[in-house]
Design a protein around this ligand. Structure first.
Ligand code: KG4
Ligand code: ZN
Length: 345
């Protein structure tokens, strides 16, 4: 059966998201529900709560999406769902739901690697006018809450990891600092906003691994240095200096990301670059990368803001790419907390 429209589901962490794309990859509709506030009292995501919330929200969201796009199940020819990596209980909710729908409606489905979704997110579009040109080979900096990876994308399904974080991910570094200075969870966006009126030079934070001659990252030392700085301040001082703390801390993360990206790009100057994942929504990172890419004349693409953080549209887009090559998954597919392996996602 030729691909018509694909319905995609993302439940790998704490966002329940559903989307419908047409066969060209145009997003016809997307609805997401976050679990903001659910996990805050526990200081981090509680897998059991996340899984339960997905199972309560997913089917009503799918129904709402079909109504809002004025589509029925007859219009949907395939399904896509995140199958790895992520919280197993959360992945399981999306996977079991999609597998059941696929079986009962007699439609093919495909399990998608969440990181593969992020990799193609810069090419996801909900408007023909502002879509990025589709390319198949590029250098991708994936910066999310769970991953920081520099990947040489050589085509659909061919991803060579050039470097990755040896400890915390960039998003995790934002979130942990936000928690320390009382900005709640997740903290990346709040830090981004507060930093706009802060002084990037007020506090001096380390730039880990900059001098190391590879494309790996490390953010746990930065977090420790920041904790030491903050422990010397009273709550009153932290409150007064929040914009400066945010700007200085954010600048250290952005510096590391941009420097490593530049170095990787220098080693493959003919390749366009993409920056993707939740942290690619960061305004300072976008500005710094754009300044560099303009100067270096390297083509650079970001996802639209709504496709940076976890979303089902990117899963549908990656699923379409896979299915257009004749791939699909079997009912035996199960969830996995891990990606495929260290060097090749
Ligand atoms: O891609 P994502 O939604 O989830 C994972 O796959 O992990 O990324 C979530 C991360 C969180 O750590 C969040 O704080 C961060 O993205 N984030 C940001 C911004 N918006 C979201 N970090 C920095 N600046 C932002 N504007
Ligand atoms: Zn993600």
């Amino acid at each position: 059966m030729p691909l018509n429209k694909i319905l995609a589901v993302e439940t790998s962490c704490d966002d329940t998201s559903v989307a419908i794309l047409d066969s060209n990859g145009l997003v016809l509709g997307m609805i997401s529900a976050s679990q903001d506030g659910f996990h805050e009292p526990f200081g981090g995501i509680v897998p059991e709560i996340a899984g339960r919330a997905h199972s309560e929200k997913l089917l009503p969201l799918i129904e709402k999406l079909l109504i809002s796009t004025d589509l029925s199940w007859e219009d949907i020819s395939a399904l896509a769902v995140t199958s790895r990596p992520g919280l197993v209980g959360s992945l399981l909710v999306g996977l079991v739901t999609v597998k059941t729908l696929a079986l009962s409606l007699n439609k093919p489905f495909i399990g998608v690697n969440h990181l593969e979704g992020h990799i193609w997110a810069p090419f996801v579009f909900d408007n023909e006018k502002d879509k990025n040109p589709f390319i198949e080979e590029f250098l991708s900096l994936v910066v999310s809450g769970g991953h920081t990876q520099l990947i040489h994308v050589q085509g659909i399904g061919k991803y060579k990891v050039l470097g990755h974080s040896i400890d915390d991910a960039a998003g995790e570094a934002f979130d942990k600092f936000a928690k320390i200075i009382g900005l709640g969870y997740p903290g990346g966006l709040v830090i981004d906003q507060k930093a706009k009126v802060g002084d990037v030079k007020k506090y001096s934070f380390p730039r880990p691994m900059l001098k190391v001659d590879n494309f790996d990252f490390s953010f746990s030392g930065l977090k420790t240095a920041a904790m030491n700085t903050v422990s010397g301040l009273s709550w009153e001082q932290i409150k007064q200096n929040t914009p400066d703390l945010c700007a200085s801390y954010q600048e250290a993360i952005v510096d590391v990301l941009v420097t490593k990206l530049k170095a990787a790009s220098d080693s493959m100057p003919y390749l366009p670059v993409t920056i993707t994942g939740g942290v690619s929504a960061n305004s300072r990172l976008r500005d710094q990368v754009t300044n560099w890419s303009n100067m270096a004349k390297v083509k650079c693409y970001f996802p639209k803001l709504q496709f940076c953080t976890d979303n089902a549209a990117m899963i549908g887009f990656a699923g379409l790419l896979r299915m257009s090559r004749g791939e699909h998954s079997e009912q035996s597919l199960g969830p996995s907390p891990r990606s495929l392996d260290r060097d090749f996602i």
